[in-house]
Design a protein around this ligand. Structure first.
Ligand code: SAM
Length: 220
């Protein structure tokens, strides 16, 4: 977990406060999640051309045909992950690095995998500029997970998959939670899978729409 200073005194505090209020009105209740959103400088994670919309509750283009997800969706993911600050987290589909930054404030260590090198490069720069250190951004196919750092207490997949990639379940710690949109390329259901003993129990949360998870255990 990163103490204090991130985003402090950057002139965007009022915008972040308004975003937090919007998310509260839309049902986000977890105070640690709201505090993280009120702290991370989202404007540093989006391209200059859309910076004026950085604190609107909308998805925005980040290049490479990809998007930074709507803050409400990201907040919901974080609520479902139920982090305590002690976890090792794997994020698949790091994109802009914004969700990575939120996770960094809510857990002990974050490993984010992004398949597009230019996005991973920009994410690293934004994380560095935000003063966030407990993150590692990797380039690769996140459907394979990242075995050297496994097991993970939480796995957040930010792209749509036809099924849960097997390697991600294998790399989930006992009791760990995996959050993933499951469905076809047009529509998915946000799903939480929890490893309980030898079993994986799943529950569904909401209809969502994400870009596809492209890789060996996702969409080909
Ligand atoms: N959470 C991100 C953020 O805060 O900006 C948004 C992620 S965006 C909705 C989904 C990302 O998943 C894209 O950047 C895309 O390139 C990436 N992606 C798709 N398939 C992937 C794969 N197999 N491994 C890693 N990243 C992948």
């Amino acid at each position: 977990m990163v103490a204090g200073r991130v985003g402090e005194g950057d002139g965007y505090g009022g915008y972040r406060t308004r975003l937090v209020e919007t998310l509260q009105q839309k049902g986000i209740r977890d105070l640690a999640v709201l505090r993280a959103i009120g702290t991370v400088p989202r404007h540093l994670f989006v391209p200059e051309s859309v910076r004026h919309r950085a604190y609107d509750d909308v998805a925005l283009p980040i290049g490479g045909g990809q998007t930074i997800s709507q803050p409400w969706v990201q907040a919901r993911y974080l609520e479902l992950a139920a982090l305590t600050g002690r976890e090792r987290v794997l994020e698949v589909g790091g994109g802009s690095g914004y969700q990575t930054a939120l996770l960094a404030l809510l857990s002990d260590a974050v490993f984010a995998i992004e398949r597009i090198p230019s996005l991973a490069h920009a994410a690293r720069a934004a994380l560095e500029a935000s003063g966030i250190r407990n993150v590692t951004v990797l380039v690769g196919d996140g459907t394979l997970g990242w075995r050297p750092f496994a097991p993970y207490d939480a796995v957040l997949v930010a792209a749509a998959s036809p099924e849960i990639p097997g390697p991600l379940v294998e790399q989930l710690a006992p009791g760990g939670r995996l959050i993933i949109p499951l469905g076809d390329r047009n529509a998915q259901v946000l799903t939480v899978a929890q490893r309980v003993g030898p079993d994986v129990r799943t529950s569904t949360v909401a209809d969502v729409r994400f870009v596809p998870l492209l890789g060996e255990f996702g969409f080909r």
